[in-house]
Design a protein around this ligand. Structure first.
Ligand code: CMC
Length: 424
């Protein structure tokens, strides 16, 4: 096996080298502390490989994203969200029989226990939908508390995939104050999501094929993204063998943040702010470049992609199609295009390789199909469920899986002597 040599305080250490199937290399420092007393230091884990995984491959310099070896462009064009979720969780594309069985199971498990409705009612209707979602996903753990048996992993993955759609749709209905619409077993997963969200009980409702197609694509593009913040959270929480639903609820919490999934809501709010400020996008570009300001161009930049985000490229085309077909002429789009153009030309953005990311276009699509802005991140979460499940399953099925437990470099006070309170 190839080895790397590290010289530290005049001593030599040999570090095993691991190579991935796409040629990525990693130096194995797992024994370094035991041998040398030193840990590695990598705030934000930007250069740390925390696991071996066969699910998703990203080459950020070339703008490549593959699920189980299949290019995202091909999956987005030819597959469906449900087929992709099967691929991610089970490692191969399903046969006709496997897909039929999977769909049947998803339909069969899509109802929520009626008592869960009382939980929705206990949450203020003004709550942010991501708070509601995290609460209700964690609450599943109270209904299905034993998720630790390895033999039940697949059954619990089905359960969460199926119920997440219903929780997302009920969250939306709770947010807009309408009665819940129950799942319709005859509809596809994505069509049923649309039906549960947009149908009003007294009305006839036809799912628009255009909206179904675009939403399905958005879900595919969000389905996994290797060791991002929320997925690493799921792996971290799940590594203690915590309940699956509590584990995924932790991932939902991590996704909510503005630097991660919450960015799609922030993008729309930023575009609205620029529109209300005479569409003066240049002012905000300058603000984003100003080191004395905290303002960032939301929907730009990525920890991994330093060329372009392939998901953003696909979504931009979908965005154009949806707006044209729905006849939407939104001034926000023009602001978005101006920001994109500036980012591709301005040395600040070019030098830092800051390109529009997936959240830049998804928000515009969600707005065009009538979703309230605070629901945007819920859609991201729904799309990310297969990734969270696939990564959790991979970790739980790994031989010798250990609890995640990073080290630190302590920088606090030393040798303190306790002073009684009356003497302080
Ligand atoms: N606007 C202006 N400047 C930026 C931006 C931005 N959106 N993003 C990064 N920079 C600057 C940053 O200030 C730094 O400049 P300098 O080198 O002069 O200090 C440089 O670019 C490198 O940025 P970083 O913060 O070190 O990069 P990171 O890898 O830690 O953060 C990020 C990545 C996505 C959190 C960040 O680019 C960001 O905050 N973007 C806006 C939020 C956003 O759109 N998030 C969604 C990410 S895609 C969905 C997902 O997968 O989660």
């Amino acid at each position: 096996m190839e080895q790397a040599k590290l010289i530290f305080r005049d001593k030599e250490y040999l570090l095993p080298v691991h190579e991935g199937s796409e040629g990525e290399v990693a130096l194995d420092i797992s024994q370094l502390r035991a041998q040398s007393g030193a840990v590695t230091y990598d705030p934000g884990y930007g250069n740390t490989g925390a696991c071996k995984s066969s699910i998703t491959f990203i080459d950020g310099d070339k703008g490549i994203l593959h699920y189980r070896g299949y290019p995202i462009e091909e999956l987005a064009e030819k597959s469906s969200f449900i087929e992709v979720s099967y691929l991610l969780i089970h490692g191969h594309l399903p046969t006709v029989q496997e897909l039929e069985k999977y769909k049947h199971e998803l339909v069969h498990h899509s109802l929520l226990h009626e008592d869960m409705k009382k939980m929705f009612e206990g949450i203020p209707s003004t709550a942010h939908p991501m708070g509601t979602l995290a609460t209700l996903v964690a609450a599943l753990g109270a209904f299905y508390d034993d998720t630790t048996k390895k033999s039940d992993i697949d059954a619990n993955c089905i359960r969460l995939m199926a119920k997440m759609k219903t929780i997302a749709a009920f969250t939306y209905k709770r947010c807009i104050g309408q009665p819940y619409v129950y799942p319709n077993n005859k509809l596809s997963y994505t069509a049923d999501l649309i039906h549960m969200m947009y149908k009003v009980p007294s009305d006839q409702f036809e799912v628009s094929p255009l909206i179904e197609e675009v939403l399905d694509k958005v879900l595919i593009l969000h389905a996994d993204h290797e060791q991002n913040c929320s997925t690493s959270t799921v792996r971290m929480a799940g590594s203690s063998h915590a309940n699956l639903f509590a584990t995924v609820a932790a991932g939902v919490g991590a996704l909510w943040g503005a630097l991660h999934g919450g960015a799609n809501q922030e993008v729309l709010e930023m575009l609205e702010m620029i529109k209300n400020d005479n569409c003066d996008y240049k002012k905000y570009v300058n603000l984003a470049k100003d080191k004395n300001s905290d303002f960032k161009l939301m929907g730009f930049g990525h920890r991994v992609y330093k060329n372009f985000d392939p998901r953003a490229k696909i979504l931009k085309a979908s965005c154009d199609k949806v707006l044209a077909k729905l006849g939407v002429n939104d001034p926000l789009l023009e602001i978005a295009m101006n920001l994109e153009r500036v980012a591709l030309e301005d040395p600040y953005f070019v030098e830092r390789k800051l390109y529009p990311n997936v959240d830049f276009y998804s928000g515009i699509i969600y707005k065009a199909i009538g979703l309230p802005v605070n629901m945007f991140t819920v859609m991201f979460a729904l799309g990310r469920v297969p990734g969270w499940l696939a990564q959790w399953k991979e970790m739980r099925e790994e031989a010798g899986q250990r609890i995640s437990r990073p080290r630190q470099i302590y920088t606090g006070a030393v040798n303190q002597k306790y002073v009684p309170i009356e003497q302080r």
